[in-house]
Design a binder for this molecule. Structure first.
Ligand SMILES: Cc1cc2nc3c(=O)[nH]c(=O)nc-3n(C[C@H](O)[C@H](O)[C@H](O)COP(=O)(O)OP(=O)(O)OC[C@H]3O[C@@H](n4cnc5c(N)ncnc54)[C@H](O)[C@@H]3O)c2cc1C
Length: 543
Protein backbone atom coordinates (compact mmCIF):
# COMPACT_ATOMS: atom_id res chain seq x y z
CA UNK A 1 0.00 0.00 0.00
CA UNK A 2 1.30 3.46 -0.84
CA UNK A 3 1.01 5.79 2.10
CA UNK A 4 0.58 9.50 1.81
CA UNK A 5 3.42 10.58 4.09
CA UNK A 6 3.40 14.12 5.41
CA UNK A 7 7.02 15.24 5.82
CA UNK A 8 8.26 15.44 9.42
CA UNK A 9 6.71 18.84 9.77
CA UNK A 10 5.70 18.67 13.42
CA UNK A 11 7.68 18.39 16.61
CA UNK A 12 4.74 16.63 18.28
CA UNK A 13 1.45 14.98 17.47
CA UNK A 14 -1.26 15.01 20.15
CA UNK A 15 -3.93 12.34 19.75
CA UNK A 16 -7.26 13.60 21.13
CA UNK A 17 -8.57 17.08 21.88
CA UNK A 18 -9.99 16.44 25.35
CA UNK A 19 -8.91 18.80 28.13
CA UNK A 20 -5.72 16.81 28.70
CA UNK A 21 -4.81 16.77 25.01
CA UNK A 22 -5.39 20.52 24.74
CA UNK A 23 -3.40 21.22 27.91
CA UNK A 24 -0.49 19.13 26.57
CA UNK A 25 -0.71 20.92 23.22
CA UNK A 26 -0.65 24.35 24.89
CA UNK A 27 2.31 23.39 27.08
CA UNK A 28 4.24 22.16 24.03
CA UNK A 29 3.63 25.27 21.90
CA UNK A 30 4.68 27.33 24.91
CA UNK A 31 8.02 25.51 24.66
CA UNK A 32 8.29 26.59 21.01
CA UNK A 33 7.27 23.22 19.50
CA UNK A 34 5.22 22.84 16.34
CA UNK A 35 2.22 20.74 17.30
CA UNK A 36 -0.79 19.19 15.59
CA UNK A 37 -3.79 17.84 17.52
CA UNK A 38 -5.81 15.08 15.84
CA UNK A 39 -9.35 14.58 17.14
CA UNK A 40 -11.63 11.81 15.95
CA UNK A 41 -14.90 13.59 16.70
CA UNK A 42 -16.14 16.47 14.53
CA UNK A 43 -16.19 18.56 17.73
CA UNK A 44 -13.36 19.44 20.11
CA UNK A 45 -13.32 18.93 23.84
CA UNK A 46 -13.70 15.24 24.70
CA UNK A 47 -15.86 15.18 27.84
CA UNK A 48 -15.81 19.00 28.09
CA UNK A 49 -18.40 20.07 25.57
CA UNK A 50 -21.77 21.72 25.43
CA UNK A 51 -24.54 21.47 22.88
CA UNK A 52 -28.00 22.83 22.10
CA UNK A 53 -29.67 19.64 20.93
CA UNK A 54 -32.05 19.03 23.87
CA UNK A 55 -34.39 21.99 23.32
CA UNK A 56 -34.17 25.29 21.40
CA UNK A 57 -32.61 28.06 23.48
CA UNK A 58 -31.13 25.64 26.06
CA UNK A 59 -27.40 24.95 26.41
CA UNK A 60 -26.55 21.58 27.98
CA UNK A 61 -23.12 20.34 28.97
CA UNK A 62 -22.91 17.05 27.15
CA UNK A 63 -20.71 15.44 29.86
CA UNK A 64 -18.86 17.31 32.64
CA UNK A 65 -20.24 20.51 34.12
CA UNK A 66 -18.57 21.79 37.32
CA UNK A 67 -14.86 22.57 37.45
CA UNK A 68 -13.41 22.97 40.96
CA UNK A 69 -10.28 21.06 39.92
CA UNK A 70 -9.75 23.29 36.88
CA UNK A 71 -10.19 26.40 39.01
CA UNK A 72 -7.62 25.07 41.52
CA UNK A 73 -5.18 23.81 38.87
CA UNK A 74 -2.02 25.90 38.55
CA UNK A 75 -1.60 24.51 35.04
CA UNK A 76 -4.95 25.80 33.85
CA UNK A 77 -4.49 29.07 35.73
CA UNK A 78 -1.10 29.54 34.03
CA UNK A 79 -2.70 29.70 30.58
CA UNK A 80 -4.60 32.93 31.32
CA UNK A 81 -7.71 31.56 29.59
CA UNK A 82 -9.73 34.62 30.59
CA UNK A 83 -7.89 36.39 27.75
CA UNK A 84 -9.44 33.81 25.41
CA UNK A 85 -13.00 34.35 26.54
CA UNK A 86 -13.27 32.05 29.57
CA UNK A 87 -15.37 33.49 32.38
CA UNK A 88 -16.15 31.50 35.51
CA UNK A 89 -19.49 31.90 37.19
CA UNK A 90 -20.98 30.46 40.41
CA UNK A 91 -24.40 29.51 41.75
CA UNK A 92 -25.55 31.28 44.95
CA UNK A 93 -24.68 28.14 46.96
CA UNK A 94 -22.07 25.58 45.92
CA UNK A 95 -23.92 22.35 46.54
CA UNK A 96 -26.92 20.95 48.32
CA UNK A 97 -28.58 17.69 49.32
CA UNK A 98 -32.38 17.99 49.43
CA UNK A 99 -33.76 15.60 52.04
CA UNK A 100 -37.17 13.95 52.49
CA UNK A 101 -37.76 15.85 55.77
CA UNK A 102 -37.67 19.12 53.76
CA UNK A 103 -34.25 20.14 55.04
CA UNK A 104 -31.18 20.81 52.90
CA UNK A 105 -27.59 19.95 53.69
CA UNK A 106 -26.15 23.05 52.11
CA UNK A 107 -22.57 24.06 51.40
CA UNK A 108 -22.39 27.83 50.94
CA UNK A 109 -19.41 29.60 49.38
CA UNK A 110 -18.92 31.40 52.67
CA UNK A 111 -17.66 28.85 55.21
CA UNK A 112 -19.21 30.81 58.08
CA UNK A 113 -22.65 30.55 56.48
CA UNK A 114 -22.14 26.80 55.96
CA UNK A 115 -21.04 26.46 59.61
CA UNK A 116 -24.06 28.41 60.89
CA UNK A 117 -26.45 26.22 58.90
CA UNK A 118 -24.77 23.03 60.15
CA UNK A 119 -24.89 24.30 63.72
CA UNK A 120 -28.62 25.02 63.44
CA UNK A 121 -29.12 21.34 62.58
CA UNK A 122 -26.75 20.00 65.25
CA UNK A 123 -24.97 22.15 67.79
CA UNK A 124 -21.20 21.85 67.59
CA UNK A 125 -21.09 20.84 63.93
CA UNK A 126 -20.43 24.43 62.84
CA UNK A 127 -17.30 24.64 64.96
CA UNK A 128 -16.11 21.22 63.79
CA UNK A 129 -16.64 22.35 60.19
CA UNK A 130 -14.57 25.50 60.65
CA UNK A 131 -11.81 23.45 62.32
CA UNK A 132 -11.67 21.21 59.26
CA UNK A 133 -11.49 24.27 56.97
CA UNK A 134 -8.68 25.79 59.04
CA UNK A 135 -6.61 22.59 58.91
CA UNK A 136 -7.11 22.57 55.14
CA UNK A 137 -5.99 26.21 54.88
CA UNK A 138 -2.54 25.11 56.07
CA UNK A 139 -2.00 22.18 53.73
CA UNK A 140 -4.69 22.27 51.04
CA UNK A 141 -2.63 24.03 48.36
CA UNK A 142 0.32 21.68 48.88
CA UNK A 143 -1.95 18.62 48.76
CA UNK A 144 -3.54 19.79 45.50
CA UNK A 145 -0.14 20.56 44.00
CA UNK A 146 1.13 17.17 45.15
CA UNK A 147 -1.81 15.41 43.50
CA UNK A 148 -1.54 17.34 40.24
CA UNK A 149 2.23 17.03 39.68
CA UNK A 150 4.10 13.90 38.59
CA UNK A 151 4.54 11.15 41.15
CA UNK A 152 6.45 11.24 43.50
CA UNK A 153 5.53 14.87 44.29
CA UNK A 154 9.03 15.99 45.26
CA UNK A 155 8.50 19.72 44.70
CA UNK A 156 5.45 20.30 46.96
CA UNK A 157 6.68 17.85 49.61
CA UNK A 158 8.82 20.27 51.69
CA UNK A 159 5.94 22.80 51.87
CA UNK A 160 3.51 20.07 52.79
CA UNK A 161 5.72 18.74 55.57
CA UNK A 162 6.37 22.26 56.88
CA UNK A 163 2.68 23.05 57.20
CA UNK A 164 1.43 19.64 58.22
CA UNK A 165 2.18 20.22 61.88
CA UNK A 166 -0.06 23.30 61.89
CA UNK A 167 -2.86 21.23 60.33
CA UNK A 168 -2.61 18.64 63.10
CA UNK A 169 0.39 16.56 62.01
CA UNK A 170 -0.05 12.80 61.98
CA UNK A 171 -3.62 13.22 63.17
CA UNK A 172 -4.49 15.08 59.97
CA UNK A 173 -2.79 12.42 57.85
CA UNK A 174 -4.87 9.81 59.70
CA UNK A 175 -7.99 11.88 58.95
CA UNK A 176 -7.27 11.73 55.22
CA UNK A 177 -6.66 7.98 55.39
CA UNK A 178 -9.88 7.33 57.32
CA UNK A 179 -12.85 6.10 55.25
CA UNK A 180 -15.29 8.95 54.80
CA UNK A 181 -18.20 7.28 56.63
CA UNK A 182 -16.03 6.78 59.74
CA UNK A 183 -14.51 10.25 59.43
CA UNK A 184 -17.96 11.85 59.14
CA UNK A 185 -19.30 10.23 62.28
CA UNK A 186 -16.08 10.80 64.25
CA UNK A 187 -16.12 14.53 63.57
CA UNK A 188 -19.81 15.44 63.37
CA UNK A 189 -22.96 14.70 65.32
CA UNK A 190 -25.55 15.63 62.67
CA UNK A 191 -26.38 14.07 59.34
CA UNK A 192 -25.80 17.16 57.17
CA UNK A 193 -21.98 17.38 57.28
CA UNK A 194 -21.78 13.59 56.90
CA UNK A 195 -23.91 13.89 53.77
CA UNK A 196 -21.77 16.69 52.33
CA UNK A 197 -18.59 14.67 52.89
CA UNK A 198 -20.01 11.37 51.64
CA UNK A 199 -21.64 12.93 48.58
CA UNK A 200 -18.35 14.52 47.59
CA UNK A 201 -16.48 11.25 48.08
CA UNK A 202 -19.09 9.68 45.78
CA UNK A 203 -17.60 11.63 42.82
CA UNK A 204 -15.07 8.78 42.52
CA UNK A 205 -15.69 5.04 42.46
CA UNK A 206 -14.08 4.46 45.87
CA UNK A 207 -16.41 2.68 48.33
CA UNK A 208 -17.26 5.03 51.18
CA UNK A 209 -15.91 2.57 53.75
CA UNK A 210 -12.56 2.16 51.94
CA UNK A 211 -9.24 3.97 52.28
CA UNK A 212 -9.09 6.76 49.71
CA UNK A 213 -12.71 7.85 50.20
CA UNK A 214 -11.60 10.14 53.07
CA UNK A 215 -9.06 11.98 50.92
CA UNK A 216 -11.55 12.26 48.05
CA UNK A 217 -14.38 13.47 50.30
CA UNK A 218 -12.26 16.03 52.16
CA UNK A 219 -10.56 17.21 48.94
CA UNK A 220 -13.82 17.84 47.05
CA UNK A 221 -15.55 19.32 50.11
CA UNK A 222 -12.70 21.70 50.82
CA UNK A 223 -12.46 22.65 47.14
CA UNK A 224 -16.17 23.43 47.30
CA UNK A 225 -15.53 25.57 50.36
CA UNK A 226 -12.49 27.40 48.93
CA UNK A 227 -12.72 27.72 45.12
CA UNK A 228 -16.39 26.70 44.79
CA UNK A 229 -17.77 24.60 41.94
CA UNK A 230 -17.55 27.14 39.07
CA UNK A 231 -18.90 26.74 35.55
CA UNK A 232 -17.82 28.51 32.35
CA UNK A 233 -20.28 31.21 31.36
CA UNK A 234 -22.14 30.00 28.26
CA UNK A 235 -21.35 26.28 28.65
CA UNK A 236 -18.54 23.80 29.30
CA UNK A 237 -17.53 24.14 25.66
CA UNK A 238 -16.25 27.63 26.40
CA UNK A 239 -13.42 26.14 28.48
CA UNK A 240 -12.46 23.92 25.56
CA UNK A 241 -12.75 26.81 23.11
CA UNK A 242 -10.49 28.99 25.24
CA UNK A 243 -7.84 26.23 25.36
CA UNK A 244 -8.14 25.71 21.60
CA UNK A 245 -8.05 29.43 20.78
CA UNK A 246 -4.94 29.95 22.90
CA UNK A 247 -3.24 27.01 21.19
CA UNK A 248 -4.18 28.28 17.72
CA UNK A 249 -3.05 31.83 18.57
CA UNK A 250 0.38 30.40 19.38
CA UNK A 251 0.57 28.64 16.02
CA UNK A 252 -0.85 25.20 16.88
CA UNK A 253 -2.99 23.23 14.44
CA UNK A 254 -6.09 21.18 15.25
CA UNK A 255 -7.75 18.73 12.89
CA UNK A 256 -11.17 17.33 13.78
CA UNK A 257 -12.70 14.18 12.23
CA UNK A 258 -9.15 12.75 12.15
CA UNK A 259 -9.09 9.42 13.93
CA UNK A 260 -5.67 8.01 14.72
CA UNK A 261 -5.64 4.25 14.20
CA UNK A 262 -1.95 3.51 14.80
CA UNK A 263 1.03 4.93 16.63
CA UNK A 264 3.97 4.26 14.33
CA UNK A 265 6.99 2.87 16.07
CA UNK A 266 10.43 2.90 14.48
CA UNK A 267 13.26 1.11 16.31
CA UNK A 268 11.45 1.35 19.65
CA UNK A 269 10.61 5.03 19.23
CA UNK A 270 7.32 6.73 18.38
CA UNK A 271 7.88 8.27 14.97
CA UNK A 272 4.39 9.46 14.11
CA UNK A 273 0.81 8.30 13.65
CA UNK A 274 -1.44 6.98 10.91
CA UNK A 275 -5.01 8.17 10.62
CA UNK A 276 -7.97 6.10 9.44
CA UNK A 277 -7.72 7.99 6.17
CA UNK A 278 -4.28 6.42 5.62
CA UNK A 279 -2.37 9.63 6.16
CA UNK A 280 0.94 9.27 7.98
CA UNK A 281 1.88 12.23 10.11
CA UNK A 282 5.46 12.05 11.24
CA UNK A 283 6.86 13.89 14.20
CA UNK A 284 10.33 14.73 15.36
CA UNK A 285 10.09 14.46 19.14
CA UNK A 286 6.88 13.14 20.69
CA UNK A 287 3.46 11.60 20.37
CA UNK A 288 1.19 12.49 23.29
CA UNK A 289 -1.86 10.23 23.61
CA UNK A 290 -4.96 11.73 25.23
CA UNK A 291 -6.30 8.22 24.85
CA UNK A 292 -7.70 5.82 27.42
CA UNK A 293 -5.01 3.25 28.31
CA UNK A 294 -6.80 0.08 27.11
CA UNK A 295 -7.13 1.65 23.66
CA UNK A 296 -3.55 2.90 23.53
CA UNK A 297 -2.08 -0.45 24.55
CA UNK A 298 -4.87 -2.50 22.99
CA UNK A 299 -4.61 -1.57 19.32
CA UNK A 300 -3.29 1.93 18.77
CA UNK A 301 0.20 0.60 19.50
CA UNK A 302 0.79 -2.78 17.85
CA UNK A 303 1.17 -5.65 20.32
CA UNK A 304 4.59 -6.52 18.88
CA UNK A 305 5.82 -3.02 19.78
CA UNK A 306 4.92 -3.50 23.45
CA UNK A 307 6.72 -5.46 26.17
CA UNK A 308 4.87 -8.61 27.24
CA UNK A 309 4.51 -7.19 30.77
CA UNK A 310 2.52 -4.17 29.48
CA UNK A 311 0.29 -6.42 27.37
CA UNK A 312 -0.36 -8.60 30.41
CA UNK A 313 -1.02 -5.72 32.81
CA UNK A 314 -3.36 -3.85 30.49
CA UNK A 315 -5.60 -6.92 30.26
CA UNK A 316 -6.13 -6.47 34.02
CA UNK A 317 -6.87 -2.74 33.73
CA UNK A 318 -9.87 -1.93 35.90
CA UNK A 319 -12.46 0.38 34.39
CA UNK A 320 -14.60 2.56 36.62
CA UNK A 321 -18.35 1.90 36.61
CA UNK A 322 -20.62 2.82 33.76
CA UNK A 323 -22.85 5.90 33.68
CA UNK A 324 -26.34 7.00 32.66
CA UNK A 325 -26.83 10.75 32.23
CA UNK A 326 -30.14 12.54 31.76
CA UNK A 327 -30.54 16.13 30.53
CA UNK A 328 -33.75 18.07 30.94
CA UNK A 329 -35.02 21.38 29.63
CA UNK A 330 -37.43 22.65 32.31
CA UNK A 331 -40.07 25.33 31.78
CA UNK A 332 -39.32 26.75 35.25
CA UNK A 333 -36.88 26.23 38.12
CA UNK A 334 -37.16 22.91 39.97
CA UNK A 335 -40.25 23.14 42.23
CA UNK A 336 -38.52 21.86 45.40
CA UNK A 337 -40.98 21.01 48.19
CA UNK A 338 -38.91 23.30 50.41
CA UNK A 339 -36.68 25.87 48.78
CA UNK A 340 -33.13 26.05 50.15
CA UNK A 341 -31.87 29.27 51.75
CA UNK A 342 -29.61 29.82 48.70
CA UNK A 343 -29.98 27.88 45.46
CA UNK A 344 -27.12 25.42 44.83
CA UNK A 345 -25.67 24.68 41.39
CA UNK A 346 -24.61 21.13 42.21
CA UNK A 347 -27.00 18.66 43.81
CA UNK A 348 -26.28 15.34 45.48
CA UNK A 349 -29.42 13.23 45.52
CA UNK A 350 -29.28 10.83 48.48
CA UNK A 351 -31.47 10.50 51.54
CA UNK A 352 -28.57 9.67 53.89
CA UNK A 353 -24.89 8.68 53.85
CA UNK A 354 -26.10 5.09 54.28
CA UNK A 355 -28.18 5.43 51.13
CA UNK A 356 -25.06 6.45 49.16
CA UNK A 357 -23.18 3.44 50.55
CA UNK A 358 -26.06 1.15 49.59
CA UNK A 359 -26.36 2.49 46.03
CA UNK A 360 -22.59 2.22 45.45
CA UNK A 361 -22.58 -1.30 46.94
CA UNK A 362 -25.32 -2.33 44.51
CA UNK A 363 -23.17 -1.15 41.61
CA UNK A 364 -20.19 -3.11 43.00
CA UNK A 365 -22.45 -6.17 43.27
CA UNK A 366 -23.28 -5.75 39.55
CA UNK A 367 -26.86 -4.73 40.33
CA UNK A 368 -28.63 -1.76 38.75
CA UNK A 369 -29.37 0.50 41.73
CA UNK A 370 -32.94 0.61 42.99
CA UNK A 371 -32.55 4.17 44.31
CA UNK A 372 -29.59 5.58 42.44
CA UNK A 373 -27.31 8.08 44.15
CA UNK A 374 -27.26 10.96 41.66
CA UNK A 375 -25.09 13.95 41.00
CA UNK A 376 -27.11 16.70 39.39
CA UNK A 377 -26.76 20.25 38.17
CA UNK A 378 -29.10 23.25 38.03
CA UNK A 379 -27.12 24.97 35.32
CA UNK A 380 -29.24 28.08 34.79
CA UNK A 381 -28.99 28.66 38.53
CA UNK A 382 -25.20 28.59 38.15
CA UNK A 383 -25.14 30.52 34.87
CA UNK A 384 -28.20 32.44 33.63
CA UNK A 385 -26.81 32.24 30.06
CA UNK A 386 -27.79 28.55 29.82
CA UNK A 387 -31.51 28.96 29.11
CA UNK A 388 -34.24 31.62 28.83
CA UNK A 389 -35.05 33.59 31.98
CA UNK A 390 -37.37 31.68 34.32
CA UNK A 391 -36.40 28.23 32.98
CA UNK A 392 -33.76 25.68 34.04
CA UNK A 393 -31.19 23.69 32.12
CA UNK A 394 -30.82 20.60 34.27
CA UNK A 395 -28.97 17.28 34.29
CA UNK A 396 -28.33 14.30 36.54
CA UNK A 397 -26.09 11.29 36.21
CA UNK A 398 -25.56 8.14 38.17
CA UNK A 399 -23.44 5.03 37.98
CA UNK A 400 -24.52 1.60 36.89
CA UNK A 401 -22.42 -1.59 36.63
CA UNK A 402 -20.17 -2.11 33.61
CA UNK A 403 -21.77 -5.51 33.28
CA UNK A 404 -25.04 -5.86 35.20
CA UNK A 405 -26.26 -9.21 36.47
CA UNK A 406 -29.50 -8.00 38.09
CA UNK A 407 -31.80 -5.06 38.73
CA UNK A 408 -32.07 -4.17 42.43
CA UNK A 409 -35.18 -2.13 41.61
CA UNK A 410 -38.59 -3.07 40.33
CA UNK A 411 -38.86 -3.05 36.59
CA UNK A 412 -36.39 -5.63 35.36
CA UNK A 413 -33.97 -3.28 33.60
CA UNK A 414 -31.65 -5.70 31.81
CA UNK A 415 -28.46 -3.64 31.68
CA UNK A 416 -28.08 -3.88 27.92
CA UNK A 417 -28.68 -0.13 27.77
CA UNK A 418 -30.73 -0.03 24.62
CA UNK A 419 -33.31 2.75 24.27
CA UNK A 420 -35.83 0.85 26.42
CA UNK A 421 -33.38 0.29 29.33
CA UNK A 422 -32.16 3.87 29.14
CA UNK A 423 -35.64 5.44 29.12
CA UNK A 424 -36.93 3.25 31.96
CA UNK A 425 -33.87 3.95 34.08
CA UNK A 426 -34.22 7.67 33.34
CA UNK A 427 -37.83 7.38 34.61
CA UNK A 428 -36.44 5.86 37.82
CA UNK A 429 -34.00 8.75 38.23
CA UNK A 430 -36.73 11.25 37.45
CA UNK A 431 -39.06 9.80 40.10
CA UNK A 432 -36.48 10.67 42.75
CA UNK A 433 -36.75 14.32 41.71
CA UNK A 434 -40.55 14.15 41.63
CA UNK A 435 -40.58 12.88 45.24
CA UNK A 436 -38.57 15.88 46.50
CA UNK A 437 -39.95 18.41 44.03
CA UNK A 438 -43.62 17.57 43.37
CA UNK A 439 -44.54 18.78 39.89
CA UNK A 440 -41.01 18.29 38.52
CA UNK A 441 -42.32 16.12 35.70
CA UNK A 442 -44.85 18.75 34.65
CA UNK A 443 -42.00 21.24 34.04
CA UNK A 444 -40.22 19.03 31.51
CA UNK A 445 -40.10 20.50 28.01
CA UNK A 446 -37.62 17.96 26.67
CA UNK A 447 -35.42 15.13 27.92
CA UNK A 448 -32.32 13.42 26.56
CA UNK A 449 -30.90 10.19 27.93
CA UNK A 450 -27.24 9.35 27.33
CA UNK A 451 -26.64 5.71 28.25
CA UNK A 452 -23.24 4.00 28.29
CA UNK A 453 -23.22 3.30 24.52
CA UNK A 454 -24.24 6.83 23.62
CA UNK A 455 -21.59 8.33 25.94
CA UNK A 456 -18.90 6.16 24.36
CA UNK A 457 -20.11 6.97 20.83
CA UNK A 458 -19.60 10.65 21.58
CA UNK A 459 -16.19 10.14 23.27
CA UNK A 460 -14.48 6.79 22.81
CA UNK A 461 -12.35 7.33 25.93
CA UNK A 462 -15.54 6.73 27.94
CA UNK A 463 -15.25 2.97 27.58
CA UNK A 464 -18.59 1.38 28.48
CA UNK A 465 -19.65 4.72 29.98
CA UNK A 466 -16.70 4.86 32.44
CA UNK A 467 -15.99 8.51 33.01
CA UNK A 468 -12.66 8.60 34.87
CA UNK A 469 -10.33 6.79 32.47
CA UNK A 470 -10.18 3.81 34.85
CA UNK A 471 -10.96 3.09 38.48
CA UNK A 472 -9.79 5.63 41.06
CA UNK A 473 -9.31 2.97 43.70
CA UNK A 474 -5.94 2.55 45.39
CA UNK A 475 -4.95 -0.54 43.38
CA UNK A 476 -4.94 1.63 40.26
CA UNK A 477 -3.52 4.89 41.51
CA UNK A 478 -0.02 6.37 41.83
CA UNK A 479 2.59 3.85 40.59
CA UNK A 480 -0.19 1.43 39.55
CA UNK A 481 -1.80 3.83 37.05
CA UNK A 482 -2.44 2.68 34.38
CA UNK A 483 -0.19 -0.37 34.79
CA UNK A 484 2.37 -1.10 37.52
CA UNK A 485 5.41 1.06 36.84
CA UNK A 486 6.55 4.48 37.85
CA UNK A 487 3.19 6.27 37.66
CA UNK A 488 4.64 8.66 35.10
CA UNK A 489 3.65 9.77 31.60
CA UNK A 490 6.48 7.86 29.90
CA UNK A 491 5.48 4.61 28.19
CA UNK A 492 7.57 1.61 27.12
CA UNK A 493 7.91 3.29 23.69
CA UNK A 494 10.45 6.11 23.54
CA UNK A 495 8.83 9.43 22.65
CA UNK A 496 5.26 8.15 23.34
CA UNK A 497 3.59 9.72 26.37
CA UNK A 498 0.28 8.88 28.00
CA UNK A 499 -1.53 12.14 28.67
CA UNK A 500 -5.11 11.10 29.39
CA UNK A 501 -7.15 10.52 32.54
CA UNK A 502 -5.80 6.95 32.50
CA UNK A 503 -2.49 8.41 33.71
CA UNK A 504 -1.73 9.70 37.22
CA UNK A 505 -3.62 11.38 38.90
CA UNK A 506 -6.69 10.27 36.94
CA UNK A 507 -10.06 11.72 35.97
CA UNK A 508 -11.42 15.20 36.40
CA UNK A 509 -10.73 18.39 34.50
CA UNK A 510 -7.44 19.68 35.90
CA UNK A 511 -5.10 19.05 32.98
CA UNK A 512 -2.50 17.26 35.11
CA UNK A 513 -2.00 14.18 32.89
CA UNK A 514 -1.68 16.38 29.80
CA UNK A 515 0.71 18.76 31.52
CA UNK A 516 2.80 15.91 32.96
CA UNK A 517 3.03 14.27 29.51
CA UNK A 518 4.11 17.49 27.81
CA UNK A 519 6.71 18.22 30.46
CA UNK A 520 8.07 14.68 30.22
CA UNK A 521 8.34 15.08 26.42
CA UNK A 522 10.17 18.40 26.76
CA UNK A 523 12.54 16.95 29.38
CA UNK A 524 13.32 13.96 27.15
CA UNK A 525 14.07 16.25 24.24
CA UNK A 526 16.48 18.27 26.39
CA UNK A 527 18.24 15.10 27.53
CA UNK A 528 18.60 13.88 23.96
CA UNK A 529 19.86 17.25 22.79
CA UNK A 530 22.39 17.11 25.61
CA UNK A 531 23.57 13.77 24.23
CA UNK A 532 23.62 15.15 20.69
CA UNK A 533 20.85 12.79 19.50
CA UNK A 534 18.65 14.08 16.71
CA UNK A 535 15.39 12.44 15.80
CA UNK A 536 12.80 12.41 13.11
CA UNK A 537 11.17 10.21 10.55
CA UNK A 538 12.51 10.91 7.10
CA UNK A 539 9.90 12.08 4.61
CA UNK A 540 8.83 9.21 2.41
CA UNK A 541 9.91 6.44 4.78
CA UNK A 542 7.47 3.51 4.79
CA UNK A 543 6.31 2.31 8.20
C1 LIG B 1 -20.84 12.50 32.20
C2 LIG B 1 -19.53 13.02 32.76
C3 LIG B 1 -19.55 13.98 33.78
C4 LIG B 1 -18.35 14.44 34.31
N1 LIG B 1 -18.40 15.46 35.23
C5 LIG B 1 -17.23 16.06 35.59
C6 LIG B 1 -17.27 17.29 36.30
O1 LIG B 1 -18.35 17.86 36.56
N2 LIG B 1 -16.08 17.86 36.66
C7 LIG B 1 -14.87 17.29 36.33
O2 LIG B 1 -13.81 17.85 36.68
N3 LIG B 1 -14.82 16.14 35.61
C8 LIG B 1 -15.96 15.53 35.22
N4 LIG B 1 -15.92 14.42 34.42
C9 LIG B 1 -14.62 13.79 34.10
C10 LIG B 1 -13.84 14.58 33.06
O3 LIG B 1 -14.69 15.08 32.07
C11 LIG B 1 -12.79 13.67 32.42
O4 LIG B 1 -11.99 13.09 33.45
C12 LIG B 1 -11.90 14.47 31.48
O5 LIG B 1 -12.65 14.96 30.40
C13 LIG B 1 -10.77 13.60 30.97
O6 LIG B 1 -10.05 14.34 30.02
P1 LIG B 1 -9.19 13.62 28.90
O7 LIG B 1 -8.63 14.71 28.06
O8 LIG B 1 -8.26 12.67 29.56
O9 LIG B 1 -10.20 12.73 28.06
P2 LIG B 1 -11.50 13.09 27.25
O10 LIG B 1 -12.14 14.30 27.79
O11 LIG B 1 -12.31 11.85 27.21
O12 LIG B 1 -10.97 13.44 25.79
C14 LIG B 1 -10.34 12.48 24.98
C15 LIG B 1 -10.44 12.91 23.54
O13 LIG B 1 -9.63 12.06 22.72
C16 LIG B 1 -10.34 11.73 21.54
N5 LIG B 1 -9.79 10.47 21.02
C17 LIG B 1 -9.78 9.26 21.63
N6 LIG B 1 -9.20 8.34 20.85
C18 LIG B 1 -8.81 8.98 19.72
C19 LIG B 1 -8.14 8.55 18.54
N7 LIG B 1 -7.77 7.30 18.35
N8 LIG B 1 -7.90 9.47 17.55
C20 LIG B 1 -8.25 10.78 17.72
N9 LIG B 1 -8.91 11.22 18.83
C21 LIG B 1 -9.17 10.34 19.83
C22 LIG B 1 -11.77 11.63 22.02
O14 LIG B 1 -12.69 11.75 20.94
C23 LIG B 1 -11.84 12.80 22.98
O15 LIG B 1 -12.18 13.99 22.31
C24 LIG B 1 -17.11 13.93 33.84
C25 LIG B 1 -17.09 12.98 32.82
C26 LIG B 1 -18.29 12.55 32.27
C27 LIG B 1 -18.25 11.56 31.15
Amino acid sequence: MTLNVTPGAYDAVVIGAGPNGLVAANRLVDAGWSVVVLETQPTLGGAVRSDEEVHPGFVHDTFSAFYPLAAASRTIQSFGLERYGLEWTHAPAVLGHPLPDGSWALLHRDRNVTATLLDQRHEGDGEAWLEMCEAWDHVGDAIIEGLLTPFPPLRPLPGLLRNLRRAGGADFVKTLLTPITTLGSQRFGGDHPRLLLSGNAGHADIPLDAVGSGLMGVLMTMLAQTVGFPVPRGGAGRLTQALADRFAALGGEIRCSSRVERVLVDRGRAAGVRTVHGEVIACRHAVVADVVAPHLYGGLVRAEDLPASTQRSIRRFDLDPSTVKVDWALSRPVPWATAPQDAPGTLHMADSPEHITEALAQVSARAIPANPFMLAGQMTTADPARSPAGTESMWAYTHVPQSASSDAGEGGIRGVWDADDCERFADRMQRRFERLAPGFESTILARRVLGPHELEARDENLVGGALNGGSSQLHQQLVFRPVPGLGRAETPIGGLFLGSASAHPGGGVHGAPGNNAARAAIARRRRRLGRGVNSGLASGKQL
